[in-house]
Structure formats: structure tokens, C-alpha cells
Design a protein around this ligand. Structure first.
Ligand SMILES: Cc1cc2nc3c(=O)[nH]c(=O)nc-3n(C[C@H](O)[C@H](O)[C@H](O)COP(=O)(O)OP(=O)(O)OC[C@H]3O[C@@H](n4cnc5c(N)ncnc54)[C@H](O)[C@@H]3O)c2cc1C
Length: 803
């Protein structure tokens, strides 16, 4: 075994070998993989080997496509067969809602370059003779689904990596990892210590244990998973291999395995495996099976596929594999641990392993994943993702694997966990809460006497009218909104202003002023969007997206100078309320002892003031795009502040509003938001943020790339569309058509109640970005005509917010 390497990868499952291969492909030959037993001896060996391209996140879907296409490459490099069977696959719909879902999946596939065909139940029955047509309403046919041999794939990656210069050491457990003062690592194994510049935790079933070597508690949990293989069916003899099928109503997936059928299920009452600690002596063992657990699914499946009921069972597999709370992988550098990387929680290693390996290798070698990996970035979880939280969420996710997640639906597990002091006050006013990073926040307020619950639908829900009332209250009088769920950071020190000038693309605001600022990476792509509020010469209050707190802190800490600047996340220390609407000034003015006129406290001002007896930071800014204020107080004052504003607002017709109304209001203003319009695949000029990029500053991260984007014009443009919708608005990820071509995708959408229009924001190719008409947005399978608007649909000159 080498004793010094650039990268030591811990774990020889399908994910570890993929990372290793991609490192060698990127030119790093001095890399080592250490495996406790034989390759594949975690979850990998007993996988059913299915591969699918569909994923809820389009960027992960792209990486799944990449993974499947990669198998031919590693077969060619290594000469080892991956045992590929590209049979094609069916996703079957048995309810009208599932047909809607299939239409939306097919639509999204259009701009992802996927060839998904919506077919009738009769056609599905022709392709898959074991199914009974009468139970289904239609299906999607995907020609590139199929299955592989887990051993073959793992060994093809491993051999390809070895050909590229990597070393693989088997039967050698890593027992500890210790960081040296220079940030490099001592990887301590049963066979001695290896000094490595970087460590990758690809420990799969043991990733938690490997993480604990460095005090890291990764939010992953293994679940038991069962599939079985039937005896040979005479019907299958001598015919072309049957294609894959997912029967969502039965919650069953199936495929042909030699002469029989393989059936697996994600049962509702899933069982976690080794919830605390994975035993090191767990080998290539199967868990005791319990088909009773999947009996409810089988009952439905046997009705839908009657021939299977009488088929004998040849083999049952029950094996564990790991999940993160949302079911997507955990990939990337760990905040606070230099040169420590994870590639774990990969629940579909044969669909995602290639993409995970590619992006992690890019990240290690180039310093950037080279793709939008937010959906699988480990930084999407914070300290709130404790082990019991993870346990509750993983079980929920597993049990819902084959259920539809509606955009109006809030999941119940692990709730309520974090609440702010006004939670009960809002609850008695019939707030419908959403869960954001385990924090409860009001989405909308149900009318008195009606249940505080939103129906699950792809169409406009029972919230529509109430949200409309909330929006009108803001536009016509005044609304009160809890904004504690924003991310907040305090930046202090003599070097604070210079540091912000370097890390942010905007001009740093003067004391008492606010500036909006994109944050760019070296490639000039958008990695953040902030509000910088300057409290004093050396103190800033920075507001951003809470879900990205760890992501931002990881970036901030990487760019901090050795001294002179301190950055501190303080999201739960400062809770927030926003008053917005034409009467908001009158409400606030009645509580403060100072002039709030637009001369004395103009748009984009920031100051500390006493609101009644409550000391607060007040910013004159509102994401509603109306006259409005954001007030930040320490948690102990939030109840008092809420009561003050509520009381003072009575004579002005104040009304609570929630996140759903805020979304509608910001769409009317064409305001983008992080993770929707602003993501690392877009540049600031593409995103319409050019006016916040101060290229006249001598230097800042991403400046050269941003200047180049400005000069060349980027590849696409963010546009605003007014859509002729019927009873469903865009939600995001729908294709945008121009004429008979798909020219882009929606990033977010909804109904603009004060302009009476259905609105979609989205990116389109530059070539059509200036067109006014000819657009259509595909909403649940229907192309709805859309008109591009040159400006925001509400108050395009921004007079209201400056009033
Ligand atoms: C029953 C079942 C069916 C499945 N079906 C499918 C499917 O159809 N399609 C699909 O895509 N996925 C499927 N999966 C999931 C798939 O198996 C996993 O996504 C994949 O195996 C994860 O691979 P991994 O490399 O992350 O982890 P693992 O396979 O668990 O590999 C981790 C490796 O790290 C090694 N290791 C851990 N700690 C150390 C240490 N300290 N020192 C040295 N080595 C260490 C382990 O020995 C192990 O070999 C299935 C899983 C199960 C259980």
C-alpha cells in the first residue's frame, strides 16, 4: 500500500470506485481506495441493479442520464462487462393524478433531452404482456431503462481506475482519520497509516461510523429493503426480455431476472436497520426476510399482474441501504473540515453513482463540481438534521417513495420541531404552516372555521382564494408576515467591508444603507443572493437563504483572511417580521419616535430603532415589492413586536399573510429567488442581475468571468411570462415552448392575484428572449399560450417600494 497519496477513498462500493475512476480520469493518478473486505461488500452486492433516469430534481436527473451512459465507457476501458440489459421501462398510472404526474415528468424530460413517450394502457399491455390493461390509465415508456450486474459495474469502475493509475487495497479497514495541522490527513488502517492530502468518505452502510472518526454525525439511515425472484415463468421462455415496470398503485417495481420475475417494494411501514451503529462485522449477509410487510403491495400487484400470484418464489433478498432525509445523496466538502469529502447516502448507486463520482472528482480536482449539485450537496443540511430527525424523515421518505409529492403538500414527519415565539399566536389565527429546515413558518391563513390544511393537488388548491385576499391586503392596505425563516449572518471586524467587497459582486453599502448583492464563484456563476445591511463601519447584517446557511458558511470560511473579519450565522438569534403595503409606514410610524418619511428614511435604509419598547433593526425593504419594512429582533422580543404591530395595524386594516402570498407578490415583481431563479448554472447577466454587478470594483470573486459574460451576453435569459392558465399555474420545471420548439424551462410560477394573471419566470435561449409572443408553457400536458413581458407585471417602475 502506498504511504502517501493525494486522495484516499474509504469504501469500495459502487460509489467509492466511481469516485476513484473519475479522479484518475481527471488526471490524478496518485489515488488510493481502501476497502474493509471485498469490493461491493456493503449495500452494493445485493442491489437489484435497476437503472432509471427520472428524478424529482432535473439536475440529478441529468446526472442519472450520465451514469447510465457511462457504463459503455467503463466496459470499453476495463474490458469488464457491466452486464447491461437495456430493456426499456414503463411507469404505469392507475389514477388520473398519476397520469397528470406522468405528463409533467414527460414534459420535464423534453428539455433534459430525455426520450419519454406517454402511451395508452393498451399499448403498455402490448409491451408488457403480464399486466392487465383494465387497471391502468396510461404509462410512460422510457427506452433507456434497464438493469446491470452490480459486481460487473463495480469491477469495471475499479479496473478502469487501476488502469488509470489508482491503487485499490482490499481487506483493510480504516480505523481512524486524523487531520494534521496543514489540513492533510493521516488515514489509519489495519495495515498501517497512509498520509493523504484529501479523504473521501464513501463508506456507504458505514459512512456514519467513518464520519464519527472526525466527530461528524451524517444525516443518513439505512432501511431494510426486500425484493424476491420468482420461479421461471413459461410465458417468458423464448421471448425478448420483458421491460422494467413500476406500478405506483401497487408500490411495486419489477423486471425480468433470467426466466423469472424480480419484484421489489418500498413498503409503507419500512423498517430502519441498525439505527445507531452499523456493526463492523456485518458482511455479505442478508437480513431475515419478512414478506408479510410487503403483503399489502403484493395483493394489489397480483390483481394488476395476475400471472404472478401463482408463480413460486425462488429467492428472497432483504438488504439494507442508506438514505438521507430527502432521499438524495450527500456529496461534497464538509464545512469546517478541510480536504474532507463525502459521497454517501446514495440510495440508487446504479442510477446516480457515475454522476456522484464525476461531480465529486471535479470538486476535488478543480475546486468546483462543474454541475448544479445543490440537490445533493451535503451543505443542504444543518445541525437540525439530528439522528432522530433523520430517522423520522428517512422512514417517511421511504414509505412515500412511490407516492406523488404534490406542490401544495406539506409532509408531517418530524413536526413541529422548531417554532418561533409567535407560533401559537399564528396557530390560533388558523395559520397553515410549512416546514423549512425543520422550522415552522406560516404559508397562508385558512378562513376561520375551516380546517387549517391545504389539499394535495397539482391545480389551484383551497388556499387560492385566501392567498388572494392576503395579497390584496398587502397591495391595498398592510400585511404582516413572519420572516424568521430567512438566513442571517453577522459580519464584523476592521476588515469586514473589504472582505465583503471581495466576496460579493455589489458595491458595499454605506453605514445605514442596504445593498442587494449576488455572490459569484470563480466561474462567474451565481452561488448566492444577499441583502447587505450596514449597521456601522465594521458591522454588517447580511440576509440570505436559510436553507443555504451551511453552504454559504462553507464558502465564507474558505475565503476568510487569517484575521480582521468574523462571520457568524445568526438565523435563529434574530427573528423577523415584515410589514408591507401602502399603510405599512403609518403602522410603523405610530410605534417609533423618529421620522419615517421617504426623505428621512428612504428606500434601502437600515437603522436600529425602538419600536415601542422593542429594540429592533429596521430595514426599509420588502420582497413584496411594495412599500415595506423588515424588522429584526432577538427572539425574546418577537412576541411583543408582533402584538405591537398587530395592534397598531388594526385601524389600517392589517392582515396576516404567509409564504404563499409572498411568493405570488414577488412573482408580480419578477423578483427571483435563490435555488429557483438563482443557481450555480446561471450567470448574473442571464439572471437579470447585471445592475448589481459592479465591474468597476478593482477585484472580486468571479469578476473576470462576469465581465466575459457581460461582453458575450451569456447563453440564456430569465424572462417573465403571463400564462393563459386555466385551473393550474406553473410551479417550476415545466418546459417553455416557442413555436414548436422547447426553448427553456420554468424556474417558478404561480398566480399574481393583484394583477389577475398566472405568472411564470424561466430561462430561455437568447435567440428568442426578445420575442414577445409565440411562447407557451406546458402545464400538466397542455401547452398554454404565454406572453413575455418586458417588465414586472406589477409596478414596473418600482414607485411603490420607493414611495
Ligand atoms: C435490496 C437492495 C436493492 C437495491 N436495488 C437497487 C437498484 O435496483 N438500483 C440502484 O441503483 N440501487 C439499488 N440499491 C441501492 C444500492 O445498492 C446502493 O445505492 C449502493 O450500493 C450504495 O453504494 P455505496 O458505495 O455508497 O455503499 P456500499 O455498497 O455500502 O459500500 C460501502 C463500502 O465501504 C466499505 N467500508 C465502509 N467503511 C469502511 C472502512 N472503515 N474501511 C474500509 N472500507 C470501508 C464497505 O465495506 C463497503 O464495501 C439496492 C439496495 C438494496 C439493499
Amino acid at each position: 500500500m502506498r504511504n502517501h497519496v493525494k486522495v484516499a477513498v474509504i469504501g469500495g462500493g459502487v460509489v467509492g470506485v466511481s469516485v476513484l475512476y473519475h479522479l484518475t480520469k481527471a488526471g490524478w493518478k496518485d489515488v488510493l481506495l481502501i476497502e474493509r473486505a471485498e469490493l461491493t461488500s456493503g449495500s452494493t452486492w445485493h442491489a437489484a441493479g435497476g437503472m432509471h433516469t427520472v428524478n424529482g430534481d432535473p439536475n440529478v436527473a441529468k446526472l442519472q442520464q450520465y451514469t447510465i451512459k457511462l457504463y459503455q465507457e467503463i466496459e470499453a476501458v476495463s474490458g469488464v462487462s457491466c452486464g447491461m440489459h437495456v430493456t426499456g421501462g414503463l411507469m404505469l398510472a392507475g389514477t388520473p393524478e398519476r397520469v397528470d404526474w406522468l405528463r409533467m415528468v414527460q414534459a420535464r424530460g423534453r428539455y433534459l433531452g430525455m426520450d419519454l413517450e406517454l402511451i395508452s394502457a393498451a399499448e403498455a399491455a402490448r409491451l408488457h404482456p403480464l399486466l392487465e390493461e383494465k387497471h391502468f390509465l396510461g404509462a410512460i415508456y422510457d427506452p433507456i431503462e434497464g438493469h446491470i450486474d452490480p459486481y460487473g459495474v463495480t469491477n469495471a469502475y475499479a479496473k478502469s481506475a487501476q488502469i488509470g493509475g489508482a491503487e485499490i487495497v482490499r481487506h483493510n479497514r480504516v480505523v481512524d482519520t486524523r487531520q494534521r495541522a496543514d489540513g492533510s490527513w493521516d488515514v489509519i488502517t489495519e495495515q498501517g497509516t497512509v498520509h493523504a492530502e484529501h479523504v473521501v468518505n464513501a463508506g456507504g452502510l458505514w459512512a456514519r461510523e467513518v464520519g464519527r472518526f472526525v466527530g461528524l454525525e451524517l444525516p443518513i439511515l439505512a432501511m431494510e429493503h426486500q425484493y424476491f425472484i420468482t420461479e421461471d415463468l413459461p410465458e417468458l421462455a423464448g421471448r425478448k426480455e420483458l421491460m422494467h415496470a413500476i406500478d405506483f398503485e401497487a408500490e411495486i417495481y419489477m423486471r425480468q431476472e433470467r426466466g423469472g420475475m424480480l419484484l421489489g417494494s418500498y413498503e409503507r411501514a419500512g423498517v430502519p436497520w441498525s439505527p445507531h451503529t452499523t456493526p463492523w462485522d456485518f458482511g455479505p449477509d442478508l437480513l431475515p426476510n419478512d414478506l408479510e410487510r410487503i403483503a399489502p403491495s403484493l395483493e394489489v400487484a397480483f390483481r394488476h399482474f395476475p400471472r404472478l400470484e401463482s408463480a413460486g418464489i425462488k429467492k428472497i433478498v432483504n438488504g439494507p441501504f442508506t438514505f438521507a432525509p430527502d432521499g438524495n445523496p450527500l456529496v461534497g466538502p464538509v464545512r469546517g473540515l478541510r480536504n474532507y469529502w463525502v459521497a454517501c447516502g446514495v440510495m440508487a448507486g446504479f442510477c446516480q453513482g457515475g454522476g456522484v463520482g464525476l461531480t465529486l472528482a471535479n470538486w476535488i480536482v478543480e475546486g468546483d463540481p462543474g454541475a448544479d449539485v445543490w440537490a445533493m450537496d451535503i451543505a443542504r443540511y444543518g445541525d437540525w438534521a439530528t439522528r432522530p430527525y433523520t430517522n423520522a424523515k428517512v422512514r417517511e421518505n421511504y414509505s412515500r417513495r412511490f407516492q406523488i409529492r404534490f406542490p401544495t403538500e406539506e409532509l408531517e414527519a418530524a413536526r413541529p420541531l422548531r417554532t418561533t415565539p409567535i407560533y401559537e399566536k399564528l396557530q390560533v389565527q388558523n395559520a397553515v404552516f410549512g416546514d423549512y429546515c425543520s422550522l415552522e413558518h406560516p404559508l397562508w391563513f385558512a378562513p376561520k372555521g375551516t380546517p387549517a390544511r391545504e389539499v394535495a393537488t397539482f391545480r389551484r388548491s383551497n388556499a387560492h382564494a385566501a392567498v388572494g385576499d392576503e395579497c390584496r391586503a398587502v397591495r391595498e392596505a398592510v400585511g404582516l408576515l413572519e420572516i424568521s425563516n430567512y438566513g442571517k449572518f453577522e459580519v464584523t471586524g476592521p476588515g469586514a467591508a473589504d472582505w465583503l467587497a471581495r466576496i460579493m459582486a455589489c458595491r458595499v453599502p454605506a453605514v445605514g444603507r442596504i445593498a442587494l448583492s449576488p455572490m459569484l464563484n470563480e466561474r462567474g456563476r451565481l452561488i448566492g443572493d444577499f441583502t447587505l445591511c450596514r449597521i456601522s463601519a465594521e458591522r454588517f447584517f447580511v440576509v440570505g437563504t436559510y436553507a443555504a446557511e451551511t453552504y454559504y458558511m462553507r464558502w465564507f470560511e474558505r475565503h476568510l483572511p487569517p484575521s480582521g473579519v468574523t462571520v457568524r450565522p445568526c438565523a435563529m438569534e434574530y427573528l423577523g417580521l415584515s410589514v408591507a403595503g401602502p399603510q405599512s409606514r403609518a403602522v410603523l410610524a405610530s410605534l417609533v419616535d423618529r421620522d419615517l418619511s421617504s426623505v428621512a428614511f428612504p428606500f434601502m435604509s437600515f437603522a436600529k430603532m425602538d419600536v415601542g419598547m422593542v429594540p429592533a433593526f429596521v430595514g426599509r425593504i420588502s420582497f413584496t415589492g411594495d412599500l415595506g419594512y423588515e424588522l429584526w429582533v432577538t427572539a425574546d422580543y418577537q412576541r411583543a413586536l408582533y402584538d405591537l404591530l398587530w395592534q397598531a395595524g388594526q385601524q389600517h386594516g392589517i392582515r396576516n399573510f404567509g409564504g404563499r402570498a409572498l411568493n405570488a407578490l414577488r412573482l408580480e415583481k419578477s423578483f427571483g429567488t435563490w435555488a429557483r431563479e438563482f443557481r450555480p448554472i446561471y450567470g448574473p447577466y442571464e439572471a437579470g442581475l447585471g445592475r448589481f454587478i459592479h465591474l468597476d470594483k478593482p477585484d472580486f470573486v468571479g469578476r473576470a468571468a462576469a465581465a466575459a459574460e457581460k461582453a458575450k451576453g451569456g447563453e440564456r435569459r430569465l424572462i417573465t411570462l403571463a400564462v393563459e392558465a386555466k385551473d393550474a399555474d406553473a410551479i417550476g420545471d415545466e418546459p417553455i415552448w416557442h413555436g414548436d420548439r422547447v426553448v427553456g424551462w420554468v424556474t417558478s410560477g404561480g398566480f399574481g392575484h393583484s394583477v389577475g394573471k398566472s405568472i411564470a419566470l424561466g430561462y430561455v435561449e437568447n435567440a428568442v428572449a426578445a420575442e414577445k409572443s409565440g411562447f407557451a408553457v406546458e402545464l400538466i400536458g397542455e401547452r398554454r399560450p404565454a406572453l413575455r413581458s418586458d417588465e414586472a407585471l406589477f409596478d414596473p417602475k418600482g414607485l411603490r417600494m420607493r414611495a
